[in-house]
Design a protein around this ligand. Structure first.
Ligand code: SF4
Length: 275
């Protein structure tokens, strides 16, 4: 199996959803939450923005707003759903535009010599011996002098996590492992999250021991996935994440399902029951 951090996270959040997504590959009516839609448009704009900078031209703020509006209109469809009854799609559109404007003012002038790639695909060999391969995408990779790299990640979530939480974040640490495996001159790697709705930046560094612990943590989840496949045991974890799950219908049917699937029909009601 080709792994990604999304797969690991999906299994940890709900093994049942993991089975529907990656093993059964269930076809469900397509939908996208407005939060994800807005995040995708903001990411696209920043990708193109830094793409222009890489080519030597710095777009003006008006062009940033224009591109965002064009992409929003082009991609908007009835499949985009607004779950929050107190907010409209227009509110999310404005929130995304504000994210971009504040980011622009905070980071201008943009240092074109630093960014070396956007939406960079990175391959990671978790244990370094070829058995567990991951793939990931880095929003932006910068290289400063002296082999110092920065992995940048854009977030449009409403919440702003603590420094402690980001110091334990596994996804960018995994990408750091990939950068160290794929680049020759890496001396240091900074992990940088841009929480755009707060116009805030959080930075973190990992030690060699942190990276070893990360490998152990991901390997342990992979082993649980492998056991689940062998035993056909994918319990459903009922949490508030169910409200955003694409498999709610299938999951309900499964809960009423036949005895042949009994081992995989356990329902955990509390989030404390998560892996
Ligand atoms: S609805 Fe909830 S319990 Fe069912 S698969 Fe989705 S996340 Fe898991």
């Amino acid at each position: 199996m080709q792994y990604s951090y999304s797969r690991i996270r999906c299994f940890r959040e709900c093994p049942r959803a993991f089975r529907y997504e990656y093993i059964d590959k269930l076809k469900v009516p397509e939908f996208e939450t407005i939060e994800a839609f807005m995040g995708s448009r903001v990411h696209e704009v920043l990708e193109r923005f830094y793409g222009s900078i890489l080519k030597g031209s710095e777009p003006h703020l008006d062009e940033v707003h224009g591109l965002y509006a064009d992409l929003w209109d082009k991609h908007m469809s009835p499949a985009v759903v607004v779950n929050n009854e107190t907010l409209s799609a227009g509110d999310y559109r404005s929130a995304g535009a504000k994210c971009l404007e504040e980011y622009y003012h905070s980071y201008k002038p943009f240092e074109k010599e630093k960014t070396i790639a956007t939406e960079l695909m990175v391959r990671i060999d978790l244990l370094g011996e070829g058995s567990y391969k991951f793939i990931g995408f880095i929003d932006r990779l910068d290289r400063n002098g002296g082999g110092i790299y920065e992995i940048h990640d854009y977030k449009t979530s409403r919440s702003l996590p603590s420094q402690k939480k980001k110091d334990g974040d596994e996804q960018l640490a995994l990408y750091e492992l990939g950068i160290r495996q794929n680049m020759d001159d890496v001396r240091e790697v900074d992990l940088v999250w841009h929480y755009l709705r707060h116009n805030a930046e959080i930075r973190s560094k990992r030690t060699g021991k942190d990276i070893e612990n990360l490998k152990g943590s991901l390997f342990s989840t992979i082993k649980r996935i492998e056991e689940s496949v062998v035993d056909d045991d994918f319990p459903a974890y009922r949490t508030n994440l169910c409200a955003w799950c694409a498999y709610q219908e299938a999951c309900r049917d499964g809960c009423r399902g036949n005895a042949g699937r009994q081992t995989s029909l356990k329902i955990y009601e509390k989030s404390d029951d998560k892996v």
